[in-house]
Design a protein around this ligand. Sequence first.
Ligand SMILES: Nc1ncnc2c1ncn2[C@@H]1O[C@H](COP(=O)(O)OP(=O)(O)OP(=O)(O)O)[C@@H](O)[C@H]1O
Ligand SMILES: [Mg+2]
Length: 344
Amino acid sequence: MALVAFASSKGSPGATTAALAIGALWPRPVVVAECDTAGSDIAIRMPALDGGVLDADRGLVTLAAAGRRGLRSDLLLSHTQQVIGGLDVLVGLRVPEQAAGIGNMWPQLGSIFDGLQGYDVLADLGRCGAQTPQNALMRSARLLVMVCDTEPSSVVHLRERINVLARDLDPANPHGVPIAVMVVADPKKKREAVREVFAALDQMDVPISYKWVLAWDPQGAQIFAGAVTGRPDRTALVRSARQVAGDLSRAVAPFFVPADQPYDAWPQQEAEGEWHMQVEPQPWQQPHLAESEGRPAGQPADSVPPPPPPPPPPEHDEAGPPTEPRHYYHAASPEDDQQGVRHD
Ligand SMILES: Nc1ncnc2c1ncn2[C@@H]1O[C@H](COP(=O)(O)OP(=O)(O)OP(=O)(O)O)[C@@H](O)[C@H]1O
Ligand SMILES: [Mg+2]
């Protein structure tokens, strides 16, 4: 139950690849949700768990359709699929025109992703410009990760986008959404360039909570384009992604709630003040309120989803929600762990 949003400002720096790689190495159950209005790449690139083809029509669109009368977190797992390696994904739009069907549901999608008990959600928002509707999802995130490369023009655009987004996300405020930056770069050849990017970020008024490097590694990236060969755990990309996944998952750990924990045990108080929390808890975070009134004060009745039943086990796993991820990318030796790249 922690939504992490990945986005870029311009170009294709590797946001989808990063979300898949980090998701594959995530230490808790996780769903990678493709929310890029430019259309799905995962359905095209990644084989299904059984080596077949993913269903490009099952995912974000079917979830939004099923949630027309009230979008709830427990609906999400009925619309996910597993890619090779066992990672759960919510496939995005088959064509950009389908974004119209999502309409004004983006903020609700953010809320249900963040409210999914027993799972974290990594949402790939793709390129986020001034008008992209998926920006609305960021407000529900526990962390926004902006992905960029080391090109000076990319960094200029990144800084501009962060400045604009910060007006809404208010990352300096404990109730706002913190912002991190992940630079995709060759860890050896681009060391100086990465340092310059970080120096440029340090000069900003907007606080950048975390700065990471993900290895530019064409061979490793092929794994997340569906060509799984050799030893994925030995590639520079997977090694660096393991470092980032560890840091990132620890950063949002206070917001993860195990699947079998009752709603009223969710760590609102514990987390409050320690980091950011939504000022108004959502209906599914307030069972007493949802049951008695069905809506928080001030919210019109017709915009309220029905009170949430306890989340059922995911349909694709009869044994109940997984307690540990089952991805083969984890099969690294301890020495490999030492070779990842991180710049704080
Ligand atoms: N770390 C990496 N090392 C090498 N190649 C990479 C890496 N990340 C991505 N790539 C390659 O760069 C291309 C774009 O990657 P990807 O689709 O992940 O970018 P993106 O930021 O999601 O782009 P878009 O905004 O167009 O969706 C792909 O061919 C991918 O294989
Ligand atoms: Mg992408």
